[in-house]
Design a protein around this ligand. Structure first.
Ligand SMILES: N[C@@H](CCC(=O)N[C@@H](CS)C(=O)NCC(=O)O)C(=O)O
Length: 232
């Protein structure tokens, strides 16, 4: 299959870049593939060639030479949620992923913002150092723990009696995919066996996502038995 476009992201063994995970999941559901050039984080994305196209020098970014704009320039996109939206819009499962009516579409947007602003930041504080990606910070660990717990309780309540996050939709929608991006990281490093017992709806819903044939391989990562304790 010809690549749908180029995705600039980092690929590390045993670590899927969290902001890119939702893009990969939407691509799997829409049967799309990417060209992924090798990137040395902090070097390639700060090179003049990269900055000329993407001035913030951040990843992920997307480019599609086969879809030029009106000036003949390749279509480019930054912001992981916008890229995930574009990929979700670009295949046979667009209707399922983006919602079938205005209420569902609005609710999907709600979960995307919820993930970006309420959920991913605290989960990132408690997972990234455990994943070896950042330094431990005591204050971040404490606030991250409190805020993560609060949001997990909201999510647990929202999933009660529902197959997917957005009521009435034949999901998974982009809402499920986006929230699961944060949980994917969380289950690997933070939400251990003890914690998972307290969130049965979230675990049930996540296991169900793992059973979607197109997603099985992407989501196939062991969940942590016991999370690393924070240093004193
Ligand atoms: N809102 C952006 C944030 C992108 C972002 O912060 N990417 C980080 C990696 S997770 C990055 O490239 N940081 C390098 C930098 O800011 O110089 C998105 O969702 O795509």
């Amino acid at each position: 299959m010809a690549p749908f476009g180029t995705l600039n992201t980092v690929k590390l063994p045993n670590f899927v870049h969290p902001r890119s995970f939702k893009i990969f999941a939407a691509a799997k559901l829409n049967n799309l593939d990417f060209d992924i050039p090798p990137i040395k984080f902090g070097v390639t994305n700060k090179s003049p060639a990269f900055l000329a196209k993407f001035p913030l020098g951040q990843i992920p970014t997307f480019e599609s030479p086969s879809t030029p704009d009106q000036d003949g320039e390749p279509f480019t996109l930054t912001e992981s949620n916008a890229i995930a939206f574009y990929i979700a819009s670009s295949g046979a499962k667009a209707g399922q992923l983006l919602g079938t009516n205005p209420e569902a579409r609005a609710e999907i947007q709600k979960w995307i913002f919820f993930n970006e602003l309420q959920f991913a930041p605290p989960v990132s504080k408690v997972t990234m150092w455990r994943a070896g990606m950042t330094q431990f910070n005591k204050e971040d660990e404490q606030t991250g723990k409190v805020d993560t717990e609060k949001i997990m309780l909201v999510l647990e309540g929202s999933l009660k009696g529902r197959k997917w996050l957005v009521k009435g939709e034949e999901g998974p929608t982009l809402a499920d995919i986006t929230i699961s991006t944060t949980l994917y990281l969380g289950f690997q490093y933070y939400f251990d066996k003890e914690m998972r017992k307290r969130f049965p709806e979230i675990v049930r819903w996540y296991e169900q996502l793992k059973e979607v044939p197109e997603l099985r391989e992407l989501y196939d990562t062991p969940m942590v038995e016991k999370k690393e304790e924070a240093p004193e």
